[in-house]
Design a protein around this ligand. Structure first.
Ligand code: IPE
Ligand code: IPE
Ligand code: MG
Length: 239
């Protein structure tokens, strides 16, 4: 069975999960954190090499201040709580996104978790926080433009490979499988460049209800895809 090397997930539906139970949205985010724990474990057991999770988008700052604070605080506490277990399971942590708006306490926690898991060789866990696909592309473009202005780079030498190298996921292979829970069929400014050839899987399950079994269903679905990358179908798939 073909296992995706890199899985990227939009973990959506926490708010609706809570509202459906007459609970505050905060309860949905807390339940979602529990699902995240289980899915990380399952991905690692299932042989996934890189797992990228969308935790907070560039646009999520538009939410009410109290919810933004709650999400930031939950993230900080979750990193604290999970770090020892992740470390023990050989998971390496990476954060991608614009780090300039975080509190000093959160920024510290993020840097410390990356530092402490730096030599781990198991699952590469990438958490996207204050991340946007457009932000990433603009940031990389600015970096290259500056290098050209400083005479360090010839614009003619810029190609897809060199452009990709400096993107947030440049050190990883592109996501093979994209999953979005919560029923919406949209990308919401997630990995715009990187998902050019990802297989897209949408689940109506709300994130707190999505667990290891649902993840394995998605991996099974992925195993049945014929990825052509613009070529003609393989003989097996044409039959
Ligand atoms: C996903 O759940 C978590 C974040 C975006 C941080 P939502 O909070 O978007 O939940 P819904 O989509 O409102 O149900
Ligand atoms: C995408 O979900 C962002 C995260 C899950 C972090 P949203 O709930 O913000 O997306 P929209 O607003 O439905 O497009
Ligand atoms: Mg949502």
């Amino acid at each position: 069975m073909s296992i995706p090397k890199h899985v990227a997930i939009i973990m959506d539906g926490n708010g609706r999960w809570a509202s459906g139970r007459g609970l505050p949205r905060a309860a949905g985010h807390r339940a979602g954190a529990k699902t995240t724990h289980d899915v990380v474990e399952a991905a690692s057991k299932g042989g996934v090499e890189t797992l990228t999770l969308f935790a907070f988008s560039s646009e999520n700052w538009k939410r009410p201040g109290a919810e933004v604070r709650l999400l930031m605080d939950l993230l900080r506490r979750t990193i604290r709580k999970e770090l020892a277990g992740l470390e023990a399971n050989n998971v390496r942590m990476h954060f991608i996104g614009d780090r300039t708006r975080f509190s000093a306490a959160l920024a510290r926690e993020m840097a410390a978790s990356e530092e402490r898991t730096r030599s781990n060789t198991g699952l590469q866990l990438v958490i996207a926080v204050d991340y946007g696909g457009r932000w990433d592309i603009v940031r990389r473009s600015r970096e290259l433009a500056q290098a050209c202005r400083d005479g360090e780079l010839d614009p003619e030498s810029i190609d897809e490979h060199s452009f990709n190298t400096g993107l947030s996921l440049g050190r990883f292979s592109a996501p093979d499988l994209f999953i979005r829970t919560g029923g919406e069929r949209r990308i919401s400014n997630f990995l715009l460049w990187d998902m050019a050839y990802s297989e897209l899987y949408f689940s109506d399950e709300l994130w707190p209800d999505f667990g290891p079994d649902r993840l394995y269903e998605a991996l099974d679905w992925y195993a049945g895809r014929d990825r052509r990358f613009g070529r003609v179908a393989s003989p097996a798939a044409q039959r």
